[in-house]
Write a new protein. Sequence first.
Length: 291
Amino acid sequence: MKDKMIEDNHEFLELRLFTPSVFEKSGAAWPIRLGHNIAKPNYHIGPRTTPYYYLLFVLEGQGTFHQNEQTFQLRPNDIFCLFPQVIHEYYTRPDDPLRKVFIAFDGRQAVMLLEKIGLTMHSPHAAGVLTSEAIQLMWDFFRLVNSDNDTDLRRLILFHRIFDQLSAAVDSSARNDLRDVSWLQKGHEYMEIHYAEGITVERVAEYVGIDRTHFTKQYRKTYGITPIQFIQDLKMKEARSLLEQTSYTLSEIAHSVGYPDIFSFSKAFKKRLGVAPTQYRETKIKSGQQT
């Protein structure tokens, strides 16, 4: 597939970008980009962050991966994940350049999807778990997006089949390690479900039976943001969706995402996004009309 790659100063790269449909974004997670690269000896990425989750498969070569103050050696059939807003860095061994395929994705259940294949913020690397079946599914993904048969539903099917294949291949002991943070997952899921109900971090910590300070510290260490930031992220994501896709009033949207009134909602929205909700909606409507 090298004939489809673009060469730059440190790699050969084939990249496909997706604009998720409304249907895709209504689900648990959705693909954003798909890539395949062959590193040159000077290949070095970072230190930097990413806005998405990146799942990378090592096909050939060796390298080093740094994230969350941890270091992992990369070898063929390893998988590793870049978590959003977390500083990462990785590079190849010059005498044995890396060759990788990768998929970037996002979604409310992205973390849970990664946990199904044994990856977390604390354990973003798994050695030797990549299967030939999972690799084949990635090539099938490339064939799909390079064809006339590419649809959002077909992308989602392949996307989840890749995780299903890896989940079956991950050693059960790796998944069992996650039991140590089951209370943290319980709190994470509680916030995902009840974020629009005016919950507080104290309430979440009480629900899982953990001291608030300890819950906040461990949550930030695992997920890279504080619980209150996560709750705000969920509220703002849903608010943006409602502003873009519905004709609901600001009062209706405010109550739908857990604010008691328009004033508190508008203040929080503008503080987070830099514009008032009405301006945000007007801008989106105008951009939609132009396209």
